[in-house]
Ligand binder design. Structure first.
Ligand code: PLP
Length: 404
């Protein structure tokens, strides 16, 4: 067997299942899961209709590169969303459909990393989406982590990173808006990062799967393609973005997203994908076109999250050390006791599941940035989220306010 498989860490939810094993929550309280980042709002009916009306299209093999009309509608969506000029993103060479960003983020490292180089590194934020690490390990690279803490407002000081890391870095994963912190990279961050990528010759993979969940309709989060354009880098060299319908359109089971950016990198990625065998079924591609071409359901989706954040934060105000994120659907509160004790006790006393922050992060010389944090996904219904917030409020009464 591939010995690198032994380097993979157990998935956070495996650790969570162990943590909860044997704990008996009160029977009179229904279980509320704030642990999994799976959207629970209704998927748009017109997308499901398109899917079912085209089921007969499974009679043909789909092409890895996807239908031209899907790449066209993605390019148009991205140009509009990220204020690119019309025709700037070439659907022929700069866009590829993927079966959700998880698959693509993993596959990308397999195509990009040169395992014959000296000490290949894949750099990522810490805490982070665990696929980045597994992708690095199975591509023959070592992961290196940049801590995101309250002190740095959950965005590392990229210019202060040891140059030795950048020297060996082949691929940098970033997540903006971040999971779990919700932090959004600014133009200045991108300026610094692009200069580093040029100087040290690495590729940037920008995971933007939460980009459509934001609060201010007038201020959507900046994406890397937009930053490139604003910085005069119209060809997106070294840059690839990852987008998904899972969170934007409540379609996590459709497995549909796209990558876009540097044409020379995407040509090689397509070569890799042809062998990987991950073409998107045609009915899913047609349903995806319908989803990318509609914004009304995405605005309605944001409205639901807005209501939930407002209600929940109002109830948690003063009892939990938590702030509204810049975007996304997670809360990332600090906990008065260690993350695991907090999560286990909250489950034991209130039948609520949250994810201990240290399961999403790795230990480093300066500590584990997930310690004393938990992740709460506001994916359930408004009523359930409000009920959870009331129970958390009650739960917090046992802790000294000074411990916050
Ligand atoms: C940061 C991040 N990236 C990527 C994904 C994968 O999403 P999908 O494969 O559904 O596009 C997730 C899902 O939770 C995520 O949190």
């Amino acid at each position: 067997m591939n010995p690198d498989l032994n380097h993979l860490h157990p998935y956070p939810f495996e650790k969570l299942a162990k943590l909860k094993a044997g704990v008996e929550p009160p029977e009179h309280l229904s279980h509320i899961a704030l642990s999994i980042g799976e959207p629970k709002h209704q998927p748009p009916a017109f997308v499901l209709d398109t899917l079912s009306q085209n089921l007969n299209r499974v009679a043909n093999y789909p092409a890895t590169k996807g239908l031209p009309e899907l790449r066209q509608s993605i390019a148009q969506w991205a140009e509009k969303r990220f204020a690119l000029s019309r025709g700037q993103l070439d659907p022929e060479t700069q866009v590829l459909p993927v079966n959700g960003t998880r698959e693509a983020l993993f596959a990308f490292a397999q195509a990009v990393v040169d395992r014959t180089a000296e000490q290949p590194l894949v750099v990522s934020p810490n805490p982070f989406y665990q696929i980045y690490e597994g992708a690095a390990l199975l591509a023959g690279a070592q992961p290196a982590f940049l801590n995101c803490t309250a002190d740095n407002h959950y965005i590392p000081d990229f210019a202060a990173v040891d140059p030795n890391i950048w020297k060996h870095c082949q691929l940098l994963y970033l997540c903006s808006p971040g999971n779990p912190t919700g932090a959004v990279l600014t133009l200045e961050h991108w300026r610094t990062l692009l200069a580093l990528a040029d100087e040290y010759d690495f590729v940037i993979a920008s995971d933007e799967c939460y980009s459509e969940l934001y609060f201010d309709e007038q201020a959507p989060p900046l994406g890397l393609l937009q930053a490139c354009t604003e910085l005069g880098r119209e060809d997106f060299s070294r840059c690839v973005v990852f987008h998904s319908l899972s969170k934007r359109s409540n379609l996590p089971g459709l497995r549909s997203g796209f990558v876009a950016g540097d044409a020379s990198i995407l040509a090689e990625f397509l070569r890799y994908r042809t062998y990987h065998g991950c073409a998107m079924p045609v009915p899913s591609q047609l349903a995806s076109i319908a989803a990318w071409e509609d914004e009304a359901h995405v605005r309605a989706n944001r409205d639901l999250y807005r209501q939930k954040f407002a209600a929940v934060l109002d109830i948690l105000d003063g009892c939990l050390d938590v702030a509204k994120p810049e975007a996304g659907f997670y809360l990332w509160p600090r906990t008065p006791v260690d993350s695991e004790t907090f999560a286990r006790e909250l489950f034991a006393q209130q039948n609520i599941t949250v994810l201990p922050g240290n399961y999403l992060a790795r230990d480093t010389e300066t500590g584990n940035p997930g310690d004393h944090h938990v992740r709460m996904a506001l994916v359930a219904s408004l009523d359930e989220c409000v009920e959870a917030a009331h129970r958390i409020n009650k739960f917090m009464a046992q802790y000294e306010v000074s411990a916050l």
